[in-house]
Design a binder for this molecule. Structure first.
Ligand code: ATP
Length: 368
């Protein structure tokens, strides 16, 4: 089972062993959710990340109540809500295409979900003001959706979804229709909205950078399964599964053999590991290391924990330089990234001989 140092004790939503099987005539059944268990804390920004078809939307729709799981439970604040219809759940959804009512003003759009709430006219007006201020659209009450930019329309959709003060807001790729610059701005905005309201956000994306920059925790999904759950730093620095290391950021994969004393034998080198938990001595494993955690030392001075290598290719990026290396005794090339802090940062020419080293906590032992 996926593990995380930061699984919350105090949960707003608990998804317990959720399975969803879609059966269509003439096709093999699809396990869109394959035994998914997740606990989400009351004021978390929680992200479901994974490639197309991995089950993110199905999981979100199961939390909203638009889908019934084939088996398993959805629990909200300790109450089993699996069988509850969507409109009874204190949960709202913001969709990718925002779906504003085109013939209604901004204020009407935001007020729409409040009409059945039992609030009086003045309370509704006050709530609309509060929500438009929250999304920085004060004074836009009388505009029609067509008179707003894409980013402003998305803010109205957010204001509308937040207006009834739901306990949970589900967001299904809400930024994917926006251009890159707007999208970056809205990422910061969404994070702020979540902090300011304290509402649980469950955010779906297939964009790893978006997930890393916005989330308190991320669940990485593939083929209906959750492979790893953790804060962005943990997912990035300590991937446990090959797919997670590969899907998020750039990664070098190395073959190694686990030796006594928490050491990995990689080619000629014996490299200490911070952790090889769950793996046995003598086992041949795949190790992951990020390019920025590969250390380059000039020259040939051998030490038992480094490997000799030749610089094959140099790519200068301004802030950093990427080196493609051919490492002695290893079948695959290795990528190293060195930050160009100042004039004293080391540089290596093409064909230079270097020694390659790894910090113990820079190497992650992977499961397949
Ligand atoms: P995307 O990022 O492309 O939206 P996703 O991760 O949200 O993908 P889902 O939409 O949850 O993935 O789909 C998961 C799997 O379930 C896919 O294989 C999909 O084809 C299948 N699926 C989803 N809805 C249905 C349905 N109503 N009937 C049959 N199969 C479905």
């Amino acid at each position: 089972a996926p593990t995380s140092a930061a699984a919350p004790k105090d949960a707003r939503i608990v998804i317990e062993n959720a399975v969803k099987v879609y059966a269509s005539a003439g096709e093999a059944p699809v396990r869109a959710l394959d035994d998914v268990s997740i606990r989400i804390a009351p004021n978390e920004f929680f992200t479901l990340l994974g490639p197309s078809g991995c089950g993110k939307t199905t999981l979100l729709r199961t939390i909203a109540g638009f889908e019934q799981p084939t088996s398993g439970r959805v629990v909200l604040d300790g109450v089993d809500i699996t069988g509850q219809p969507p409109f009874r759940r204190p949960i709202n959804t913001v969709f990718q295409n925002y779906a504003l009512f085109p013939h209604m003003t901004v204020a009407h759009n935001v007020a729409f979900g409040l009409e059945k709430s039992g609030l009086g006219k003045d309370e509704i007006a006050a709530r609309v003001d509060e929500m438009l201020a929250l999304v920085h659209l004060s004074g836009m009450h009388r505009r029609m959706p067509a008179q707003l930019s894409g980013g402003q329309q998305q803010r109205v959709a957010l204001a509308r979804a937040l207006a009834p003060h739901p306990k949970v807001l589900l967001l299904d790729e809400p930024l994917s229709a926006l251009d890159l610059k707007l999208r970056k701005g809205m990422q910061i905005e969404l994070k702020r909205l979540q902090r300011d309201t304290g509402i649980t956000f469950v955010f779906v994306t297939h964009d790893q950078e978006e997930a890393l920059t916005m989330s308190d925790r991320i669940a990485v999904m593939k083929d209906g399964k959750v492979l790893q759950i953790g804060p962005p730093q943990e997912i990035y620095q300590r991937p446990q599964v090959r797919f997670v290391a590969d899907f998020i950021g750039e990664t070098n994969f190395l073959k190694g053999r686990l030796e006594p004393g928490g050491v990995a034998r990689i080619g000629e080198a014996a490299v200490p590991l911070a952790s090889a938990q769950g793996h046995a001595e003598g086992e041949t494993v795949t190790l992951a290391v990020r390019p920025e955690r590969v250390f380059l030392h000039p020259g040939e001075a051998a030490s038992p924990d480094t490997l000799g290598a030749t610089v094959e290719n140099i790519i200068y990026f301004g802030t950093d330089t990427t080196y493609h290396l051919r490492v002695d005794g290893l079948p695959d090339p290795l990528v190293a990234r060195v930050q160009n802090r100042d004039q004293s940062s080391p540089t290596f020419g093409q064909g230079a001989r270097v020694r390659v080293g790894f910090p113990p906590d820079g190497l992650s032992v992977l499961r397949d």
